[in-house]
Design a protein around this ligand. Structure first.
Ligand code: SF4
Length: 400
């Protein structure tokens, strides 16, 4: 697990106000892109830091290097746990505080930005419980960040809350991505309801982004079950209408299904529903439960050991696969999955919150296994068991 937030240890006091509230792009010796003096923060690793960077970061075990920085420059001593920082990463020093947040890591394939905490669903297993707060400043921060992100970034995600509640402001972010990051795939997580508004969906499509996908949850083929899971009457109808509107404009759509006690029984029927009515979606992700947010409060009505829904999961995957819908299984450890499903399993958990258990030591498939969310410490299967056999011979046997 990687710590993305914390407190700096000390700062050169004279320019304190200059640093607080500032956004920095990390750079280090030899980085050819260390040109933007307005935002660049240089990682000081020897006694000759170049002049004219906006800030200088020193790690706590080399804090004497702070003396190599002019007293009118911003110098910040960071705890050693931030040694993973590298050129191209983005950091915000919080205003009026000693906190720093790592907002973007160039080396990570899992960079997501939370654009709002507001939401019009109230899902039983929401990992980011909604708050009705005025957080419009977040969009301004993201708009400031996008031009600083490397053009070779493979993918960026936007989550909430419900991002589409921001309306035109979200569209402005997508426009900025298209202009500044033309080679970066964009993935937006949404409950899909706002796309039932044809005018909004038309504006979304008119951005004409070359690689934009929206991930939308559909929890059941039965509207009342979906509405119960998301705790919003009428949500199913709006969500399905939203998906149809998006496809009407030829937009990429991923359907997401979180697997738990309220959703697993009708998985095969949901797969039938998708293959008959939404055959044109671009991807279906069947996802293990993250034990965080509302899930912890509603654990009794949500938790089921993944080994107990393998029959339904296998049937669902068979139906989706037979109808040609690209399908993946996210967030489920291989030792809990029916081996016939291993081909669909993906290492999907964001690297900063991905962990393995002591049982995983010596497991022959660890480098292919999704492992666990850090929050699995609150609840996990008691059937985790290391695999001893070689991966390829296991796959051959499960397919024969
Ligand atoms: S023992 Fe650990 S690494 Fe091996 S399959 Fe299970 S969860 Fe994955």
């Amino acid at each position: 697990m990687i710590n993305l937030g914390g407190r700096f240890i000390s700062i050169q006091s004279a320019p304190l106000e200059k640093a607080q509230g500032s956004l920095y792009r990390v750079t280090r010796k030899g980085d050819p892109s260390a040109l933007n003096e307005k935002y660049s923060a240089f990682l000081v690793e020897d006694r000759n830091p170049p002049p004219n960077h906006a800030a200088y970061f020193v790690f706590e075990d080399q804090k004497e290097l702070l003396n190599t920085i002019r007293s009118d420059q911003v110098g910040i001593v960071l705890p050693n746990e931030f040694r993973y920082l590298d050129s191209g990463d983005l950091i915000r020093v919080e205003g009026q505080s000693t906190r720093i947040r790592v907002l973007f890591r160039k080396a990570s394939p899992h960079n997501h930005f939370l654009v709002t905490e507001r939401c019009d669903n109230y899902c039983l297993m929401c990992s980011q419980p909604p708050r009705n707060v005025d957080d419009d400043w977040v969009i301004d921060e993201i708009l400031q960040m996008i031009p600083l992100i490397g053009r070779d970034t493979h993918e960026l995600g936007f989550t909430g809350g419900e991002p589409t509640l921001l309306g035109d402001k979200l569209l402005a972010v997508l426009e900025s991505c298209k202009s500044n990051l033309p080679n970066t795939g964009i993935h937006v997580l949404s409950n899909g309801r706002h796309f039932s508004d044809l005018g909004f969906t038309r504006k979304w499509a008119n951005i004409n982004h070359p690689d934009l996908m929206v991930g939308i949850p559909v929890y059941s083929d039965v509207s009342t079950i979906h509405d119960y899971v998301v705790q919003a009457d009428g949500a199913f109808d709006e969500t399905i209408k939203g998906i149809l509107n998006l496809k009407r404009f030829n937009q990429k759509v991923e359907v997401r299904v979180v697997l738990h006690q309220q959703t697993y029984r009708r998985l095969p029927q949901l797969a039938e529903f998708l293959s008959r009515n939404l055959l044109f979606v671009d991807h279906v992700a069947l996802m293990g439960l993250e034990i965080t947010g509302f899930t912890r409060a509603n654990l009794d009505s949500l938790w089921i050991d993944p080994t107990e829904y393998q029959k339904e999961l296998y049937q669902a995957v068979q139906i989706l696969d037979a109808s040609g819908i690209r399908t993946s299984i996210y967030n489920l450890p291989l030792c809990l999955l029916d081996r016939r499903l291993w081909n669909w399993a993906v290492q999907s958990i964001s690297d900063w919150k991905n962990e393995y258990m002591p049982e995983c030591e010596g497991c022959s498939v660890k480098n292919r296994c999704a492992g666990f969310f850090a929050s699995a410490k609150f609840k996990k299967s008691d059937r985790i068991a290391p695999i001893k056999e070689d991966f390829h011979s296991l796959m051959q046997r499960s397919q024969s």
